[in-house]
Design a protein around this ligand. Structure first.
Ligand SMILES: [Zn+2]
Ligand SMILES: [Zn+2]
Length: 795
C-alpha cells in the first residue's frame, strides 16, 4: 500500500497504528527513511508513546557497535536507511534471522526521495530484502508513505516490484492557503550577451521576510542553498535593524542601549542588489551547497531527498554516503541570540526575531529553535530544505519559497508548513531567473488543479542492476526462480557478470566467489568514481569533496571555488592524486568552464512522428571535454579572457530523447533569416529547463546537445540525455510526454518579455558554449514546426 498525501495529513499515524499493533502481537517492523535525522525524530516520537512492549531502536552508522547486537536480538521496531540495509543488514542477514522471521511490515517513509539513480538502487535493495525475507519464511506488508505524487501506485510498484494499492485522498482538516506567484523585476544590470538580469529571488525573499515579521506574521523562507538562506536571514535582519534604528529615534531608549551601535555585531548591512545576493546569478554556476560539502559534510544527513545542490551535475548527492557516514559533532552555536522577552520594547532586539537554520545543528539546538518559533520570540526563519530533515515547525502563518523547489510535490510540501490550527495561511513562490520559474509564475494553471509530477526511476538500468545481482548472490546464491524478482533484463545482465568473472555459474545457480564484499560494487548515492578532495594548500585543511565528473567544471586549475561563503582560487587540479589545491582569495572575477560535447547514437529503441519531425528514444554515448574557462568581471560581467585547460574527455553511456526535423521543414526558416543552430540550441536549453515539470529531476540531472546537422541522423537534431551512467528514467519520461513538454517549452519562451533571450527563457547556467549561439524567435518557430499538425507543414 502507498499513502500519497500532503504535509501534516496524518501519514505517520496511518502506518504507526498497524505497525505498533503488530509489535504488540509479537511481530517486528522495519522502518526505512532516506536520512538518519528523520529516523532519530521518528524514534523520539515512538518513545513518547511510552509503550513498554515497543522496543524501538535506530540502526545506522551512528549506532555504537556494542548496541548493535542488542538491536538485532531484542528490538522489534528497527529504524534504518537504505544504505545500512544495503551494506550491513542484508549481507549479514543470518545475524538478523529472528528479526526477519517475525517481520510483519516494512514501512518506507518519505519514499518520494527514491527517484532517479538513487531510487533505482533502492528499488533493487528492496528486491534483495524481499528475497531475504522469503528465506526466513516471512512475507511482510510494504507500507509506503510519500508526498503527493502523480500515479503513486505505479511508482510504488516500480520501487518494490509488487502490486500496490494507493491512498491519495487527504481528508485532514485545513484552513485555506493563499498562494502568491511573485516575479522579481528586471534590473539595470546586464548579463551574458547583454541580457537583462532580474532582481534575485533571495533579495526579494529577504524583503518579504522582513516585512512579514514586522507585521507579526510567523514566516518560514525556503532558499535553495545554504549560503542563500544565510544571506536572506542577514539581509532581513539588517532591514529590521534599520527599522529598529528609526523607531529608537522616536521612542525613549532603554538605558545603556544607545552605547551599542544597533547594526553592529552580526547584522551586516546589505544593499539588496549588490553581489552578495548573487548566488542566484546563474553565471557562477555554483548555486548549491552540494558542490562544496564542507568540513561537516559527513554530519549532514546526505541530501538525498532535496533537489538542491545541483552543482554536482549529478542530482546533488555530493556528500556521498551521507545517510551512513558516522557523524562528527557539528558546531553547536546557533547564529542568533534569543530575543529579550521583556515587555519593555528594546528595539535593538528586533533583528533577533529572524534566524537562519541549516543542516548540521545538534538536536538540542533544533528543539530550541522549534520552541522559540512556537513561542513567537522567533518570528522568521530562513532555511534550506534541510529543515525537512528534522525540525518540527508546522504551524506558521506564511511560507516564502525562493525559487521553484523543483517539483509541484515539494512546492505543496513546503507550502503545507503554513497554517496554524486550521487557520488560513499564505505561501509565496518567488521566481528565480530561470525558464521553468518564469513559465510557472506566468502559467498558474500549471500549478493548480493538476496532478503533481510522477516520481521516476529505472530499476532496469544495467549499471544499477549488475552490482545488486552480485550483492544478492553473495547473500543467498541466485537461482532461476529468483530471476523474475529482479526484472526482465536479469538474465542478460547475469551473463555479462559471469563473462566479467564477477559471478560463477554452476548447475544450481549463480554464486559470488570473490573475496571482496559484493556490496562495494554499488555506490548507491554516489556519482561514480572517487571524489576529488578539495584541500587548502597553506594549511592542509580539507574543505570538502567534489565528485569526479563535476570536478572538471568546478575545481579545474584556475577556477574560483566557493565554500561556505568564502572564496578560493584553485591552484592545481591533480586528477591522478584526486586532489584540488586551493588558496583563499578575493578575486574580482568569476570563472566558467567551457566544454565540447559530442553525442553519438548507439541504439534507437522507440520512434514516433511529431509534427513535421520525428521523436526518438534510445541509447547514446556522450563525450564531454572541458577545454577552457572564461573569466568574467564580477560586477559588469565583462570578459577578461578565455584560458585553455588540459583535461581528459569523459564518456557517458546513457539514454536520451531526441527530435529531428527534415530539411524540407527547416528550409523556410533558414530562408526567413533564422540561424538554425542558434534556434535549436535555444530550444534545447529551454526544454532542459522545462523537463523537471514532467519528471522529478532537476536541470542538473540532464544534459543536452543540439546541432543543425548531426552525423548520425543527417538532420537538425536536439538531444536531451540523462546525466547518469546507464540512464535514470528522465529522458524516457520526456519521450512519453513530449507534446506537453515541448508545448510548455514554447510557452516559457514566448511568455518571457525579453527580446533576444535571457536566463528566464533560453539562456542556461550550465551551457558549455557560453550561451552562444542562441536565437529566441527561431526556437519558437522550430517548436511550432514540431508541434503543428503534420498536414500544415509538409509540402
Ligand atoms: Zn527571456
Ligand atoms: Zn548551451
Amino acid at each position: 500500500m502507498i499513502i500519497s498525501t500532503g504535509t501534516a495529513s496524518g501519514k505517520s499515524l496511518a502506518y504507526l497504528t498497524p505497525a505498533v499493533a503488530a509489535c504488540l502481537d509479537g511481530g517486528t517492523i522495519l522502518y526505512l527513511t532516506p536520512t538518519k535525522a528523520l529516523a532519530a525524530d521518528q524514534l523520539r516520537s515512538l518513545r513518547e508513546l511510552r509503550i513498554t512492549q515497543l522496543r524501538a531502536a535506530c540502526f545506522d552508522g551512528d549506532t555504537p557497535f556494542e548496541e548493535r547486537t542488542w538491536v538485532r536480538q531484542h528490538a522489534n521496531y528497527v529504524l534504518t536507511n537504505p544504505d545500512m540495509l544495503h551494506r550491513s543488514i542484508l549481507p549479514r542477514h543470518a545475524q538478523w534471522s529472528s528479526f526477519f522471521r517475525r517481520l510483519r511490515m516494512i514501512v518506507v517513509d518519505e519514499c518520494h526521495g527514491y527517484r532517479g539513480v538513487f531510487g533505482s538502487h533502492v528499488a533493487q535493495i528492496l528486491r534483495r530484502l524481499r528475497r531475504v525475507c522469503a528465506r526466513y519464511g516471512s512475507r511482510p506488508t510494504f507500507l509506503l508513505a510519500s508526498a503527493t505524487a502523480s500515479e503513486p501506485g505505479a511508482f510504488a510498484m516500480r520501487l518494490t516490484g509488487l502490486e500496490m494499492d494507493e491512498v491519495t485522498v487527504d481528508a485532514s482538516p485545513k484552513g485555506a492557503t493563499t498562494i502568491a506567484l511573485w516575479e522579481p523585476p528586471l534590473t539595470e544590470l546586464r548579463g551574458e550577451g547583454g541580457a537583462p538580469v532580474r532582481r534575485t529571488a533571495t533579495a526579494e525573499a529577504a524583503d518579504l521576510l522582513a516585512d512579514l515579521v514586522l507585521a507579526d506574521v510567523r514566516t518560514l523562507a525556503f532558499v535553495r542553498s545554504r549560503r542563500g538562506a544565510e544571506t536572506v536571514a542577514l539581509t532581513a535582519r539588517a532591514k529590521l535593524a534599520d527599522v529598529a534604528f528609526s523607531l529608537s529615534g522616536r521612542f525613549p531608549h532603554p538605558p545603556g542601549a544607545a552605547e551599542q551601535p544597533i547594526t553592529g555585531h552580526d547584522t551586516p548591512r546589505t544593499p539588496q542588489d549588490e553581489p552578495l545576493t548573487s548566488q542566484d546569478s546563474p553565471a557562477t554556476g555554483l548555486d548549491g551547497p552540494a558542490a562544496t560539502p564542507g568540513r561537516h559534510a559527513k554530519s549532514l544527513d546526505g541530501h538525498a531527498t532535496v533537489p538542491d545542490g545541483h552543482a554536482t551535475g549529478q542530482g546533488g548527492h555530493a556528500t556521498g554516503q551521507g545517510g551512513e557516514a558516522s557523524g562528527q559533532v557539528p558546531e553547536s552555536s546557533l547564529n542568533w541570540a534569543l530575543p529579550d522577552p521583556s515587555p519593555h520594547p528594546d528595539w535593538s532586539d528586533l533583528p533577533n526575531k529572524i534566524a537562519a537554520y541549516r543542516a548540521g545543528y545538534l538536536a538540542e539546538d533544533r528543539r530550541l529553535l522549534e520552541k522559540a518559533l512556537r513561542a513567537g520570540t522567533l518570528m522568521g526563519l530562513a532555511t534550506t530544505n534541510a529543515l525537512e530533515l528534522g525540525v518540527d515547525v508546522s504551524g506558521l502563518d506564511a511560507v516564502l519559497i525562493a525559487g521553484w523547489p523543483g517539483t509541484r510535490a515539494s512546492l505543496w510540501q513546503q507550502a503545507g508548513r503554513a497554517g496554524r490550527d486550521g487557520q488560513d495561511a499564505l505561501a509565496v513562490l518567488i521566481a528565480r531567473d530561470d525558464p521553468l520559474d518564469t513559465y510557472l509564475v506566468h502559467h498558474p494553471q500549471a500549478l493548480f488543479g493538476r496532478p503533481v509530477e510522477a516520481i521516476v526511476l529505472d530499476p532496469d538500468n544495467p549499471y544499477v542492476l549488475g552490482p545488486h545481482l552480485c550483492a544478492a548472490a553473495a547473500e543467498i546464491p541466485l537461482t532461476e526462480d529468483d530471476l523474475p524478482i529482479f526484472g526482465d533484463t536479469t538474465s542478460t545482465v547475469l551473463d555479462d557478470l559471469v563473462a566479467q568473472g564477477l559471478l560463477r555459474r554452476r548447475p544450481t545457480g549463480w554464486f559470488w566467489t570473490r573475496r571482496e564484499r559484493a556490496t562495494d560494487l554499488a555506490d548507491i548515492r554516489g556519482g561514480g568514481g572517487a571524489p576529488i578532495q578539495v584541500v587548502e594548500s597553506s594549511t592542509g585543511r580539507l574543505l570538502g569533496s567534489v565528485d569526479e565528473p563535476s570536478a572538471h567544471t568546478t575545481v579545474h586549475t584556475g577556477a574560483v571555488y566557493l565554500h561556505q561563503g568564502e572564496t578560493f582560487l584553485v591552484e592545481l587540479l591533480d586528477l591522478e592524486a584526486g586532489v584540488a589545491l586551493v588558496s583563499g582569495a578575493n578575486p574580482d572575477f568569476t570563472t566558467f568552464a567551457r566544454d565540447i560535447t559530442d553525442i553519438s547514437i548507439l541504439a534507437t529503441q522507440r520512434s514516433q512522428p511529431l509534427g513535421a519531425g520525428t521523436l526518438h528514444f534510445g541509447e547514446v554515448e556522450v563525450t564531454r571535454q572541458v577545454v577552457s574557462y572564461l573569466k568574467r568581471r564580477l560586477q559588469s560581467g565583462e570578459m577578461l579572457g578565455d584560458e585553455p585547460l588540459d583535461l581528459p574527455p569523459r564518456t557517458l553511456r546513457t539514454r536520451a530523447v531526441w527530435w529531428t526535423l527534415p530539411a524540407s521543414a527547416v528550409a523556410p526558416l533558414a530562408e526567413a533569416g533564422i540561424d538554425l543552430g542558434g534556434a535549436a540550441h535555444a530550444a534545447e536549453h529551454a526544454s532542459i529547463g522545462l523537463l523537471p515539470l514532467f519528471a522529478t529531476c532537476d536541470r542538473w540531472d540532464i544534459g543536452g546537445v543540439s546541432t543543425e546537422l548531426h552525423a548520425d541522423t543527417g538532420l537538425l537534431t536536439v538531444f536531451v540525455y540523462d546525466g547518469h551512467e546507464g540512464g535514470a528514467g528522465f529522458a524516457e519520461r520526456g519521450y512519453a510526454r513530449a507534446a506537453d513538454w515541448l508545448t510548455a517549452t514554447r510557452e516559457a519562451i514566448t511568455s518571457c518579455e525579453c527580446e533576444r533571450g535571457c536566463p528566464s527563457c533560453i539562456q542556461s547556467p550550465k551551457c558549455g558554449n557560453g550561451n552562444e549561439p542562441l536565437h529566441k524567435r527561431g526556437a519558437v518557430r522550430l517548436l511550432d514546426t514540431l508541434l503543428s499538425p503534420q498536414s500544415t507543414t509538409t509540402g
